[in-house]
Design a protein around this ligand. Structure first.
Ligand SMILES: *Cc1c(COP(=O)(O)O)cnc(C)c1O
Length: 404
């Protein structure tokens, strides 16, 4: 364990004053950099007026302004915002919205379709929809069943589409819940936008909903504000959290279409969308998110994302033919390198050894088993990236030699 006493830009500072490069954005939440000044200032200002306020029957400016701001930047057609406080919760909310939509429309549907290797959170509901394995084996008796699509690996895309079409033909599919373009915790697995748009077309044909879990992919990570826009599609429900406040405070939002909102809007209270969290729409967190929206408007964030993507590509390209890596890939600012070792998988014992190696070099890089990935904040410099890549190459070499 290292005790951190301060954070700044792309770095953590430990108690001995060492700078640690945060190459994974503190588990994917920090977008612009740690303690991005306008966001921290907005938090300070908000505390002059607000703490927590109940968000039923009462409302406040930060929540209202943020909702309008989110609708403005979201894929067109998303018209309503429901606040919660974590990625897992906003996905739970999405699942409930989907089931509620069909229930209230008088045509109940009960199946949720997901993608193999998906990850959607750690609550019972979201664990049910994620890949099953060592993380959730102990809780298996509590998990509900879902239908799983094979991952659309290169050349196997049609199998994924056919499987989805097959599930949809039962007429029971309420929604496809999917991480657009990049499956994060499942191993930074990447697939093309064309598969996503085909899946949406199939869903539409069968009146099933598409839930985009953009908790990780949102806020520029894949090169665009939301990954969905690369497939030129509007999901029926969109989940966002991690980068929503630039990573400063916990907050989440589930956005939905007017049709889903309207299905729950009634004087008949049994049709209510029943979900309440104590800290729904915390005003300070909303103020932080609002400041984040301003940062996206006022600073050249898009250009920073493009520059980072290009820097990543330039360093990744020479590694395409490096024999230590079975696969190297990139979507937007995210890169992943699969170390070619026998017995991969998340529990591959090379994982902790790599982590220790990087930690000793003051690099925060936490491989998913044998999969090394970089997802830095957008303020990272070329020199800092060079450092990270040099360490990755050295690690790969030393794993091959058996000295890491
Ligand atoms: C991290 C993540 C979640 C869960 O978010 P928490 O805030 O950790 O609950 C859900 N979906 C995806 C795609 C994620 O990457």
């Amino acid at each position: 364990m290292k005790r951190i006493v301060r954070t700044e830009g792309a770095h953590l500072v430990d108690e001995t004053g060492e700078l640690i490069l945060d190459a994974i954005s503190s588990w994917w939440v920090i977008t612009h950099g740690h303690r991005h000044p306008p966001i921290m200032q907005a938090i300070r200002d908000a505390t002059e007026a607000y703490g927590q306020i109940i968000f039923a029957e009462y409302t406040h400016e930060p929540a209202e302004a943020l909702a309008s701001g989110l609708i403005e930047i979201a894929p067109p057609g998303l018209a309503h915002v429901f606040y919660s406080d974590s990625g897992s919760t906003c996905v739970e909310v999405a699942l409930k919205m989907a089931l509620g939509f069909f229930h209230n429309s008088g045509t109940p549907r009960r199946r949720i379709v997901v993608m193999e290797h998906g990850y959607h959170g750690d609550t019972i509901g979201t664990m049910s929809t994620g890949e099953r394995g060592v993380f959730n084996a102990a809780y298996e008796p509590l998990l509900f069943g879902v239908d799983r699509l094979p991952f659309p690996a290169p050349g196997k895309e049609q199998d994924t589409l056919d499987a989805f079409e097959g599930f949809c033909r039962t007429g029971q599919v309420a929604a496809l819940l999917i991480e657009p373009l990049v499956l994060g915790a499942g191993g930074m697995k990447m697939y093309p936008a064309t598969v996503l748009s085909e899946l949406k077309r199939i869903a539409e044909r069968h009146d099933s909903l598409l839930i985009a879990d953009e908790v990780m992919t949102g806020w520029g990570r894949t090169g665009t504000m939301f990954a969905c826009s690369q497939a030129a599609l509007t999901p029926d429900i969109l989940c966002t959290s991690k980068g929503l406040t630039g990573g400063a405070l916990p907050l989440a939002a589930t956005l939905c279409t007017a049709a889903i909102f309207d299905a729950h809007l009634s004087t008949d209270r049994s049709r209510t969308f029943f979900h309440s969290s104590s800290y729904t729409a915390n005003p300070i967190a909303c103020a932080a998110a609002l400041a984040n929206l301003e940062v996206w408007k006022n600073e050249p964030v898009g250009a920073r994302v493009d520059a980072l993507s290009a820097m990543q590509e330039a360093r990744l390209a020479p590694l395409q033919n490096n024999r230590h890596f079975a696969d190297v890939r990139r979507t937007g600012t995210i890169v992943a390198l699969d170390l070619d070792v026998p017995g991969g998988g998340y529990l591959a014992d090379v994982g902790p050894r790599l982590r220790a190696f990087f930690r000793q070099k003051n690099l925060l890089i936490r491989p998913l088993g044998n999969i090394i990935y970089l997802m830095p904040p957008y303020c990272v410099t070329a020199t800092e990236l060079d450092c990270a890549y040099a360490a990755i190459e050295e690690a790969a070499q030393r794993v091959a030699e058996g000295t890491v």
